[in-house]
Design a protein around this ligand. Structure first.
Ligand code: AMP
Ligand code: ZN
Length: 469
C-alpha cells in the first residue's frame, strides 16, 4: 500500500510502526457553526482511508478532535449572550448528525480541546524547560521557532524566507516576541472569555498545541498517519511537528496526508469567504450517499469543483450500483436453484478479479476514482452475467462482493425496502378488523411490525393516523 507523504513529497510504501496496527490522527473542525461540505471532504476521505485499512486487516486507532475554544466560538457566544460551551456543544452535536448521515464512522476517540488543558500545560512546561519556549512579560508563552532545527520540513519552506515574509505581519500585542516567527502556545485571558489558570497567567491555549497534546495522549509520542486539509500544512502542522518533536524528543508522524480543497467556481469553499454550502443545505436536495459518492469520485489530492452537474452525475453513478444490487435481490427471491453450476463457478472466479482491481487502485495512494471504476466494472459484469436462471449461491456471491466494495467506500447500496403507503394502509385495516373481533394480540402484532419499519400509529377520535418516524 502506497501513501503520498507530504513530508517527503513522494509516494511511500506504508509500513506501520507496530505490525497490524495503525495510529491515525485527523484534525477536526472548529465548532462554531454547521459544517460546510468543504469540511466534509477530509471527513469522508480519511474515513475511507480508515475503512480500507480495516478491510486490509489493520486495527485502526482513529483520533479526531473538536476545536471547542477559539475566537470565532467566543464571538458567537458573546453575540448570543451564552457561554462558549453552549455554542461548541450545540455544533458538536450537529456535526455528529452530519457525519452519521454521511456514514462517517465514529472516531475511536473524539477529544475536545477544553478537556485537555492539563496535558497542554504539561507540554508547554516541558517546552519552556527545554528552552523551546519562553514567557513574555504579560504571561504569553511563545514557541521559540528557531530553536527547532527541522522547522519548515513539512511545508518545504526555508526558515529564512519565512522570516523576511513574516516581519511585516507582526500584529499589535505581539511585539514581545523574540522573533517574528515565534507562535503562541498560551495567551492571557480577555474580559468575558473562558480561561484556565496556569503558571504563566490566567488564559487559554493557542490553536496548535491542542493537536500535539491529544495525539500524544490517545496515540502516543509517535504515530503512523497525521491528516487534514492542505490548508493545515502551514502553519498548523508545521507547528505541531515543532511542538511534539521538541517536547517528546522523537519523530512525530511517519506519514502526513493532506486532501486538496473542495472549490466553488475554482475558489476554496470557506466560511470566511462566504462561498459555502453547509452539509445540511445539500442534504435538503440530495441523498447523503450521493454527496459521499461525489467526494470519492476524485482523487483526494486533486481539487474538486462543486457543481449541480457533477452532483447529478454522482447521483446517476450511485444509482447504477443501487439498481444492480436491487436487481440481484429480485433475482434472489426467485432463484431457480441453490448451488453454483460449473459455469457459474468460472464466472465467480472472474468476478473476483474486480476485487484485485479495486485493491490495486486503493493501494495506489487511495485512488478512489479508479476504485469506483472497478465497482462499475463489477456492476456491468453482474448486469450481463445474471438472469432468472442463476443460482442463489452465485447471486449471493456477486451481491456480497458488490456490497463489500461499496462498503469500503462507505457507500450504502442496499436500500432498506421502504413500505408503500398502500401496504401500510392495508395493515391498518387488518388491525382495525382484528380489534373489532377482540383479537388484541394480532392488533398489537401489527402495530409492532409497523413500528419496526418506522411507521408510528396514532389512535385518534377521527380514526387511526400514521406517520413515518
Ligand atoms: P476548520 O474548521 O476550518 O479548521 O476545518 C476543518 C477541516 O476541514 C480541516 O482539515 C480543513 O483543512 C478542512 N477544510 C476546510 N475547508 C475545506 C475545503 N474547502 N476543502 C477541503 N477541505 C477543507
Ligand atoms: Zn490539528
Amino acid at each position: 500500500m502506497k501513501i503520498y507523504n507530504t513530508l517527503s513529497k513522494r509516494k511511500e510504501e506504508f509500513e506501520p510502526l507496530e505490525e497490524g496496527k495503525v495510529k491515525m490522527y485527523v484534525c477536526g473542525p472548529t465548532v462554531y457553526n454547521l459544517i460546510h461540505i468543504g469540511n466534509a471532504r477530509p471527513m469522508i476521505v480519511f474515513d475511507t482511508v480508515r475503512r480500507y485499512m480495516e478491510h486490509k486487516g489493520y486495527e485502526v486507532n482513529f483520533v479526531s478532535n473538536f476545536t471547542d475554544v477559539d475566537d470565532k466560538i467566543i464571538k458567537k457566544a458573546i453575540e448570543e449572550g451564552v457561554e462558549a460551551s453552549v455554542i461548541s456543544e450545540r455544533y458538536i452535536a450537529e456535526c455528529k448528525k452530519d457525519m452519521q448521515a454521511l456514514n462517517v464512522k465514529e472516531a475511536t476517540t473524539h477529544p475536545k480541546a477544553t478537556q485537555e488543558i492539563c496535558g497542554m500545560l504539561d507540554m508547554i512546561g516541558t517546552l519552556i524547560e527545554k528552552g523551546h519556549a519562553y514567557v513574555a512579560e504579560d504571561g504569553t508563552v511563545y514557541y521559540r521557532t528557531r530553536s527547532f532545527k527541522g522547522y519548515g520540513k513539512l511545508s518545504h519552506k526555508n526558515i529564512d524566507d519565512l522570516q523576511g515574509g513574516n516581519r511585516s505581519l507582526l500584529v499589535s500585542g505581539e511585539d514581545q516576541k523574540e522573533d517574528s516567527l515565534d507562535f503562541v502556545l498560551w495567551k492571557p485571558k480577555k474580559d468575558g472569555e473562558p480561561y484556565w489558570e496556569s503558571p504563566w497567567c490566567d488564559g487559554r491555549p493557542g490553536w496548535h498545541i491542542e493537536c500535539s497534546v491529544m495525539s500524544k495522549r490517545y496515540l502516543g509520542d509517535e504515530i503512523d498517519i497525521h491528516a487534514g486539509g492542505e490548508d493545515l500544512i502551514f502553519p498548523h502542522h508545521e507547528n505541531e511537528i515543532a511542538q511534539s518533536e521538541a517536547a517528546n524528543g522523537k519523530p512525530f508522524a511517519k506519514y502526513w496526508m493532506h486532501n486538496a480543497f473542495l472549490n466553488i467556481d475554482n475558489r476554496k469553499m470557506s466560511k470566511s469567504a462566504g462561498n459555502f454550502f453547509t452539509v445540511r443545505d445539500i442534504l435538503q436536495k440530495y441523498d447523503p450517499q450521493v454527496l459521499r459518492f461525489f467526494m470519492l469520485s476524485a482523487h483526494y489530492r486533486s481539487p474538486l469543483n462543486f457543481s449541480a452537474e457533477l452532483m447529478d452525475a454522482a447521483g446517476n453513478g450511485y444509482e447504477r450500483i443501487v439498481t444492480s444490487v436491487s436487481n440481484l435481490n429480485y433475482l434472489l427471491e426467485n432463484a431457480a436453484s441453490d448451488t453454483m453450476s460449473d459455469e457459474e463457478k468460472k464466472l465467480a472466479e472472474e468476478a473476483e478479479g474486480f476485487i484485485a482491481k479495486f485493491d490495486e487502485a486503493m493501494d495506489d495512494d487511495f485512488n478512489t476514482a479508479d476504485a469506483i471504476a472497478a465497482i462499475f466494472d463489477l456492476v456491468k459484469f453482474v448486469n450481463t452475467n445474471t438472469d432468472a436462471g442463476s443460482s442463489r449461491e452465485y447471486l449471493n456471491f456477486l451481491k456480497e462482493e458488490l456490497v463489500m466494495l461499496s462498503d469500503i467506500c462507505g457507500l450504502i447500496v442496499e436500500k432498506k425496502q421502504e413500505m408503500l403507503d398502500s401496504d401500510i394502509e392495508a395493515l391498518i385495516k387488518e388491525r382495525q378488523a382484528a380489534r373489532k373481533e377482540k383479537n388484541f394480540q394480532r392488533a398489537d402484532e401489527i402495530r409492532n411490525e409497523l413500528l419496526s419499519k418506522g411507521i408510528i400509529l396514532e389512535d385518534t377520535r377521527e380514526g387511526v393516523k400514521w406517520k413515518r418516524a
